[in-house]
Design a protein around this ligand. Structure first.
Ligand code: FES
Length: 223
């Protein structure tokens, strides 16, 4: 299935609840006007990619909206955001090279903290990516689109105009270059996805080493 396979996506109904938090905890605040149903499903359904094909695994259930995002701090363990291992710690061996998944900082599982964790060869990355935030080629970006706040997807295959694995937003087709600090390759997203500093610990778990290097999601008042 490709992420553009709208027929397939339309069949996958989400049970996620909406929020109306002004700080970006809604899934896609501007997407409900046009082609409402599809975009709601796409924005609300978290997708992970395993083994080169996209599979909708489950939905990310946001807790009750909060006034302010809980900042991610050094030492916060990354945990599975979805699936049968939801809220369990993520270990390096869980994500082979070429794969991506959604994660949360443990105990701070709110939508605006949703993280895209990707494993690629470290030599593939270039500045302005923080090259010292890539333990063994693991990289983490905000999973909230900077355009209107949809959940972005990991796309392991080349797709014009991004001839390499990239992050893709299904709402308005923004693409982000994972090897260049998630810069916008195409689409209406106004800013890159913020990068999250991470390290690995003695238990081979992936742990945050601070907060995002920018504001996740759309800026207040637009950008
Ligand atoms: S929300 Fe519009 S491109 Fe992502």
């Amino acid at each position: 299935m490709s992420f553009n396979d709208e027929d397939n996506n339309e069949e996958k109904k989400s049970d996620i609840g909406s929020t109306d938090d002004a700080n970006g905890d809604d899934l896609c605040s501007g997407c409900m006007g046009r082609r409402n149903a599809l975009k709601w499903i796409l924005g609300a359904t978290a997708t992970a990619v395993i083994g080169g094909s996209a599979t909708v695994l489950a939905t990310v259930k946001s807790p009750a909206p909060k006034k302010k995002r809980q900042k991610i701090t050094a030492g916060d363990h990354l945990v599975y955001a979805i699936g049968p291992k939801s809220q369990q710690d993520i270990k390096m061996a869980d994500l082979p090279v070429g794969q991506g998944m959604l994660a949360f900082p443990k105990g701070k599982e709110e939508h605006s903290n949703l993280i895209m964790l990707i494993h690629e060869k470290k030599s593939m990355f270039y500045k302005p990516t923080h090259l010292n935030w890539l333990p063994s080629g693991f990289v983490t970006y905000s999973a909230i689109c900077t355009h209107m706040g949809c959940t972005v997807l990991w796309h392991p295959k080349s797709q014009r105009p991004a001839p390499y694995p990239h992050i893709y937003c299904p709402c308005h087709q923004s693409m982000f270059d994972i090897f260049h600090a998630a810069k916008v390759v195409s689409g209406p997203a106004p800013r890159p996805l913020p990068q999250l500093p991470i390290i690995t610990n003695s238990g081979n778990e992936i742990v945050a080493n601070g907060d995002f290097d920018g504001i996740p999601g759309p800026l207040p008042g637009g950008a």
